[in-house]
Design a protein. Structure first.
Length: 99
């Protein structure tokens, strides 16, 4: 098993994780645990959001860069870990521990 597969499996075992999407720098999904429609939706929207968030951070301080982005709503918590070549997106249910 590759290191990527091991990492994905390790993340999936965390309580409340509903899915994982890995996209390249253009926002094209490379690996996902979701159905095709959800994968395309998350990859397109979250990669745009991560690009905009990185731009805001750099506008505020050109020496700085985005390292992690966390979005929490009533139904989901979306964690985004951007890198130069890839973006890791993890979606989880924030109420999983209270259920």
């Amino acid at each position: 098993m590759s290191e990527v597969e091991e990492t994905i499996n390790r993340i999936r075992t965390h309580k409340g994780v509903t899915g994982i999407v890995i996209v390249n720098s253009e926002g094209v999904p490379i690996r996902s645990t979701f159905e095709s429609k959800q994968t395309l939706q998350y990859s397109a929207l979250i990669s745009q959001l991560a690009t905009k968030a990185r731009s805001v951070i750099r506008d505020l301080d050109p020496q700085n860069d985005l390292t992690f982005l966390r979005i929490r709503s009533k139904k989901h918590e979306i964690m985004v870990a951007p890198d130069r070549e890839y973006i890791l997106i993890v979606i989880q249910d924030p109420n999983a521990d209270s259920a």
